[in-house]
Design a protein around this ligand. Structure first.
Ligand code: UD1
Ligand code: MG
Length: 467
């Protein structure tokens, strides 16, 4: 792009046809809100300055924009009086002169390449727009051309005559304008139409009436899909799934039973990753190289190092898994679980806000919450950290080399020193020094030869005799 181009994303509408309390532009495709698809597309097309017009649910939309994008500005349209009015609200945020690209926040498939082509096509015309042909044009504004084939108007469905409704060439809602033209013409829009709104699309008529050409380029109909209802949202989700999977496959990822795999838009996978059937990778999840994710595992906002195996049916949320670690099957890593390099987390083990150090193991049936566990620690089956006393959460520290016997109950706050042993079945409430063995259980008593007497007593109770 030769000159700096600013972009405006129209995202203030309610989206009545979505039948939702959530603003339309926050509905997601592959885990990414509609408005973010538009913002990312204009950014990728080279528009560094982006203004999003917000209105319905402005606070919610603004919060999502702040969380997901840096440097995006917003303009407020407090009353939704149409797309033309929305652009009018953005005008004060635009530079005095130059070019602005305008897209809708409900058109997620727009491509940077086609935006670039639009800017080229504009030449010196005050405005340029995409057009496309649809066999089912219902709902879109129709492109009207004059005898010479030039675009002369856009007629909205609601205002169209029967003959105009037959037109199959439609307005996808992507435009480029000379900002000076906008400043002169936008204030002239009128709401004398079926919707009683200021239509952005009336700028076409204003442009041609002032003796100027409206440039247009024909684009592939696929990229123009506007999302107005949940059917279209589901169609776009299918498209996004195929896109994302195509990208992963080309990047060296193996997908087993791909129809059952769900990978969201922001996920990153290294080479030689294998995703088994039914895997879901969500949010900002990142997998290193040579990671295997077993059937049915669900990873959300989780960072996974190289050479890790996540076995089937693990659920990981905002966790970190170090290189060469093995997790699952059926493990749960909750927020701030941090599994160290080469560590093992086995079946039915839950970690929350817990670091499991390098090479440490918790292989069976354990709950480890608010714990800091060093390197080379063995956590026996059934071990529980009692981190909650009904009021506050407390920390358990297991230093390097600790061995925790099976079914230990570690009552926090607690520190277990380096290389210490915890006897199986212990309830541990006090600090254990380095190298100590802690028993926290009743000592075993054996009564020689008493088994027969116990058996007889029990048999009499139920009216039986033993042999
Ligand atoms: C609009 C176009 C139509 C085009 C279609 C493409 C107009 C008048 N019509 O119709 O020609 O074929 O898009 O998808 O422009 N918005 C605001 N403020 C408002 C109204 C809308 O910010 O007051 C935003 C919405 O959030 C949405 C976008 O503008 O992102 C389009 O609005 P929508 O109501 O979906 O317009 P369409 O009826 O689809
Ligand atoms: Mg729309």
């Amino acid at each position: 792009m030769d000159q700096a181009v600013v972009a405006v994303v129209l995202a203030a509408g309610k989206g009545t046809r979505m039948k939702s309390r959530r603003p339309k532009v926050l509905h997601e495709i592959a885990g990414k809100p509609l408005v973010s698809w538009s913002v990312d597309a204009v950014r990728a097309a080279g528009c560094s300055d982006v203004v999003v017009v917000v209105g319905h649910g402005a606070d919610e939309v603004g919060a999502v924009l702040t969380r997901r994008h840096t440097g995006v500005r917003t303009a407020i349209q407090s009353e939704q009086r149409g797309t033309g009015h929305a652009l009018l609200m953005a005008l004060p945020a635009l530079p005095e002169a130059g070019v602005v690209v305008v897209v809708c926040g409900d058109t997620p498939r727009i491509t940077p390449v086609a935006i670039g082509a639009l800017l080229q096509a504009r030449g010196t015309a005050p405005m340029a727009l995409w057009t496309t042909r649809l066999s089912e044009p219902r709902g879109y504004g129709r492109i009207v051309r004059d005898a010479a084939g030039a675009v002369s108007a856009i007629v909205e469905e609601k205002d169209a005559s029967d003959a105009q409704r037959q037109l199959q060439e439609v307005n996808p809602g992507v435009y480029a304008f000379d900002i000076a033209f906008l400043r002169a013409q936008l204030p002239k829009l009128k709401n004398d139409n079926a919707a009683g709104e200021l239509y952005l699309t009336d700028l076409v008529r204003l442009c041609t009436e002032s003796g100027n050409e409206v440039a247009s380029i024909d684009v592939d109909d696929g990229i123009t899909l506007g999302i107005n209802d949940r059917r279209q949202l589901a169609d776009a989700e299918d498209w996004a799934r195929a896109e994302i999977q195509g990208r992963l496959l080309l990047a060296g990822v193996t997908l087993r039973n791909r129809a059952s795999i769900c990978v969201e838009a922001d996920v990153v996978c290294g080479e030689d990753v294998v995703l088994e059937a039914g895997v879901s990778l969500r949010g900002s999840t990142r997998l290193g190289r040579n990671v295997i994710v077993g059937q049915g595992a669900v990873l959300t906002d989780t960072l996974v190092g190289d050479d890790v195996v996540i076995h089937s049916y693990c659920v990981c949320d905002r966790a970190v898994v170090g290189p060469s670690a093995i997790v699952g099957p059926f493990a749960r890593l909750r927020p701030e679980a941090d599994v160290g390099e080469g560590a093992h987390v086995g079946n039915f083990v839950e970690l929350k806000k817990t670091r499991l150090g390098k090479g440490s193991k918790a292989n069976h049936l354990a709950y480890l919450g608010d714990a800091d566990i060093g390197a080379g620690v063995n956590v026996g089956a059934g071990t529980i950290t009692c981190n909650y006393d009904g009021i506050g959460k407390h920390k358990t520290v297991l230093r390097d080399g600790v061995f925790v016997g099976s079914n230990a109950t570690l009552v926090a706050p607690l520190v277990v020193g380096k290389d210490a042993y915890i006897a199986a079945g212990s309830v541990v409430t006090d600090t254990v020094p380095d190298d100590a063995v802690a028993f926290g259980r009743a000592r075993q008593v054996n009564k020689e030869g008493h088994a027969r007497a116990v058996r007889d007593k029990n048999a009499i109770r139920v009216g039986n005799k033993t042999g």
